[in-house]
Write a protein that binds this ligand. Structure first.
Ligand code: SAM
Length: 381
């Protein structure tokens, strides 16, 4: 029996005994069911041999540019003796490693007081993170998401994540002639099927109400309640400093626009996009685009100031990708290798079809007056 049919059997049994479940509960199982979920089972997910690329897997320059901005954050906070980086959803630790390598090499004063905390839901990834971060070992510590959320962890510095919020389970809704209904996962002829029902949680209609969004008849959308909840947890932990969120997504008006009639839910398997979440359970990634307006609104309520929001290519261009490219140009590597690197870096910033446009960067701050971040100087600034 393959993992797919094993998880499918479990889901069918669960629904047969408990009744229909929300799509969020279904997605939670597909991604995180212990030992069987997409992120909680063995196998390579990211990169050429995996199912999708993230900006991190494309080139170390991505992490190095983020590190440049983090050094600027540290300066904006008055170059404190201690500064903590916290990565949520750290995956294999590649991004943390690229950031730490850069700071060790270029920012020795900051590095001297630097700590790194990794928060990752899948504990088995700690071995890979630990191996990659061997050179920084004495600065690294690990927290489970539960420890992170417990309220006892507080820090000053920068909390960052790349493609965390798009991997959190979402509720799905549809506008019908009798109002907003939720999409549930049920059984039809013994197979997984969808049906509409009343909202499982009033927070779902409140979510759209706060945005003053009215879906059109027939329109479907995802409601990510876990994203703002995660932000509240992150905000509680942050005494002073920044939260830097990188993900694909849009402002709410664009995300919930009528032309996105079926929402943004997509699955990825071996670099192929798939619309059907009810196949290959636990073997394909399921994601939905992030609503950055809600993250900003909720942030303001939590005392977090949105200091920068924009496309990833704008962030990279103003925070130092050009300097990274120039360094490659000046380095003694062969011309062919330089060409390969240029093409790779282009993928990170290409506004159309690349990763530069669909990905957005949001920086929120607490307790830092008017931070002069690199991204705020604008492209070419
Ligand atoms: C799409 S992957 C991104 C991994 C990495 N940041 C990258 O860009 O390659 C999302 C990661 O977030 C982790 N994750 C999900 N929920 C989490 C939570 N509440 N706290 C920490 N990690 C979480 C998953 O286990 C998974 O490794």
């Amino acid at each position: 029996m393959t993992d797919d049919s094993q998880l499918k059997r479990i889901m069918i049994e669960r629904i047969a005994s408990q009744g229909r479940i929300t799509f969020a509960a279904f997605m939670e199982a597909c991604l995180y069911e212990p030992g069987l979920g997409y992120y909680t089972s063995p196998g390579r997910k990211v990169g050429t041999e995996g199912d999708f690329y993230t900006s991190i897997s494309v080139h170390a320059a991505f992490g190095r540019v983020i590190a440049r901005e983090m050094a600027q954050m540290w300066r904006c906070m008055g170059s404190p003796a201690a500064f903590t980086l916290v990565e949520c959803g750290a995956g294999n630790g590649r991004l943390a490693c690229d950031i730490m390598d850069f700071l060790a090499e270029r920012e020795p004063d900051m590095y001297a007081g630097l700590g790194l905390v990794l928060v990752e839901r899948e504990p088995s990834l700690e071995a890979a993170q630990s191996a990659l971060l061997a050179a920084h070992r004495e600065r690294v510590r690990w927290l489970s998401p539960e420890e992170f959320a417990s309220g006892s962890f507080r820090f000053s510095g920068c909390l960052y994540s790349n493609e965390l919020i798009d991997a959190l389970p979402v509720h799905r809704v549809q506008m019908t002639p009798v109002g907003l209904r939720e999409i549930y996962v049920t059984l039809g002829d013994g197979e997984l099927a969808e049906e509409l029902g009343p909202l499982s949680n009033p927070a779902i209609s409140d979510y759209l109400g706060r945005l003053a969004i009215q879906l059109h008849p027939g329109q479907q959308a995802e409601i990510n309640l876990a994203g703002p909840e995660w932000l509240a947890t992150a905000s509680r932990a942050l005494e002073r400093g920044f939260i830097l969120t990188i993900d694909y997504g849009f402002p709410a008006a664009e995300l919930f626009a009528p032309r996105r009639g079926r929402g943004t839910l997509l699955c990825y398997h071996r670099h192929q996009v798939e619309e059907n979440p009810y196949i290959r359970l636990g073997q394909q990634d399921i994601t939905s685009h992030v609503d950055f307006t809600t993250l900003m609104q909720r942030g303001e309520e939590l005392g977090l100031k949105a200091v920068w929001f924009g496309e990833q290519y704008r962030f990279l261009l103003s925070a130092g990708i050009v300097e990274e490219i120039e360094e490659v140009e000046r380095s003694p590597v062969a011309e062919e290798e330089k060409l390969r690197l240029r093409m790779t870096l282009k993928r990170l910033i290409m506004p159309e079809g690349g990763m530069g446009d669909t990905f957005r960067v949001l920086i929120q701050s607490r307790g830092v007056a008017e931070p002069r971040l690199l991204c705020r100087r604008g492209i070419g600034g």
